[in-house]
Ligand binder design. Structure first.
Ligand SMILES: NC(=O)c1ccc[n+]([C@@H]2O[C@H](COP(=O)([O-])OP(=O)(O)OC[C@H]3O[C@@H](n4cnc5c(N)ncnc54)[C@H](O)[C@@H]3O)[C@@H](O)[C@H]2O)c1
Length: 429
């Protein structure tokens, strides 16, 4: 861990390359152009300084969009320490710019190993946070396992993704969660757009950057038909692929079938797929029995939060040969019978591992939710109690309203008679 002496003494960092700061700044500003809602919030924070005296530890993908969220919080008076929520998702130029152009403490290097990853989480926690931002629950988990001395000082936090919310709800059920956490993922303006349109686009962006393969006329297998899966499937269908869905939930499977996709067990789909994308939040979704029947040249990618959806360990142990990085972020595993399996971004979150994550315009909504929720939480935390809580609907609707406005669209309002009708029960046929 280095303490960089070229910036103010309270700014701490462990980043790959400070020389990338100018390039990072350009890209952060570019993302900012497409985040008009967050920009409005930032301007207000700048005036009102709601976070003065507040220390925030954030464990999020260190991307240009996250940088804009950090800048909004800083403008509001917060002191921030940022670390990465995935070993492959850090954009080193963004990390450098945050430290050297904007004076924010960052602990993140692309392709850090497991020990480095956790040392970064711990370094961010050394700020002794009042609030935490998490993306996948690793920071909250660390607080509850190895940094318990900090728990008493934490007033609350926000969680960004589905997998983190699932983990937090288990913690809450077990009575283990020691402070209020807010499920930002569960707002409509987050998961209906970020998970669906963001993951849908950026997952394919990553697979194309990595393999430059033609999707038209191919067979795409999407494991999981949740918000992310719907997005990945829709984009593949739109580009001319024959899309197969695998599911374990009968309702989701039925939805997929009625939307015109083929639905079948994973092991059947494994025989015919050209591309496989996992977005389930579950483990071992593609494993030995699937590898055993896949076509030569099958391309595999995971866009779920953790790198457990594709059994990469099996490939590592059983392939007779590994041709590492035969292209950008693509490893080739040659099986004993000569078939080749191509794995993008090591089975980690592919859109951040092999591309730049979601486009800024969609993160504008997720991070506006985060910013407004954090502001609300400052006042609400004391009354909430430990556990998992929802974002107030008023924040969700405000973000939708501002986003619509920024896109130049407007909608109808209820007439008084309509309002009365919707709030009454006396009217019959
Ligand atoms: N790549 C990204 O940038 C990004 C963005 C948002 C969310 N995520 C992550 O993506 C994952 C999915 O998120 P979501 O919001 O779509 O969740 P979701 O709960 O809406 O959908 C997950 C779906 O997977 C299905 N599923 C579970 N186990 C399965 C199995 N063994 N085989 C087939 N299907 C199975 C579930 O029934 C469900 O329909 C999570 O890990 C989430 O954190 C990633």
């Amino acid at each position: 861990m280095t303490v960089d002496s070229t910036v103010a003494t309270e700014i701490r960092s462990d980043i790959a390359n400070p020389a990338l700061a100018a390039e990072g700044k350009k890209r952060i500003e570019w993302a900012g152009r497409n985040m008009p809602v967050l920009a409005q919030i930032r301007e207000r924070f700048e005036r009102e300084k709601p976070f003065t005296g507040t220390r925030i530890a954030a464990c999020m993908h260190v991307t240009t969009e996250t940088a804009n969220l950090m800048l909004a919080l800083k403008a509001g008076g917060a002191e921030i320490a940022l670390c990465a929520s995935n070993p492959l998702s850090t954009q080193d130029d963004t990390a450098a710019a945050l430290v050297h152009e904007y004076g924010i403490s960052v602990f993140a290097r692309n392709a850090v190993d497991r020990d480095g990853y956790y040392s970064h989480l711990n370094a961010a926690l050394d700020i002794k946070p009042d609030f935490v931002f998490d993306d996948g629950c690793d920071l909250v988990n660390t607080l509850h396992t190895t940094r318990t001395e900090l728990l008493a000082g934490i007033q609350g936090g926000c969680e960004e993704t589905t997998t983190g919310v699932i983990r937090l709800s288990q913690m809450a059920k077990d009575g283990a969660l020691k402070f209020p956490m807010i499920a930002v993922n569960d707002t409509d303006t987050k998961h209906m757009f970020d998970n669906r349109f963001g993951t849908g686009q950026s997952t394919w962006d990553a697979i194309f950057r990595a393999t430059n393969s033609l999707i038209a006329g191919s067979t795409v297998v999407v494991a999981g038909f949740g918000y992310c899966g719907k997005g990945v499937a829709e984009r593949a269908k739109g580009m001319g692929a024959d899309v197969i869905i695998t599911e374990i939930d009968p309702t989701k499977a039925l939805d997929a079938l009625m939307q015109g996709y083929r639905v079948m067990p994973g092991v059947e789909a494994a025989k015919i797929g050209d591309f496989f994308v996992t977005v389930t939040g579950n483990r071992d979704v593609i494993r030995d029995e699937h590898f055993a029947v896949m076509k030569d040249g099958a391309i595999l990618a995971n866009s779920g939060h953790f790198d457990i959806e594709i059994d990469v360990a099996w490939l590592e142990q059983n392939a007779k040969q590994k041709n590492a990085k035969i292209r950008h972020q693509t490893d080739e595993y040659v099986l004993s019978d000569g078939r080749r399996i191509l794995l993008v971004a090591e089975g980690r979150l592919v859109n951040l591992g092999a591309a730049e994550g979601h486009p800024a315009s969609v993160m504008d909504m997720s991070f506006s939710d985060q910013a407004l929720t954090a502001e609300w939480l400052l006042k609400a935390a004391a009354g909430l109690g430990a556990g998992l809580h929802e974002v107030p609907t008023v924040i969700d609707k405000e973000v939708a309203r501002l986003k619509l406005e920024s896109m130049g669209a407007s909608i109808d309002t209820l007439t008084p008679a309509q309002e009365l009708y919707l709030n009454s029960w006396e009217h019959g046929s």
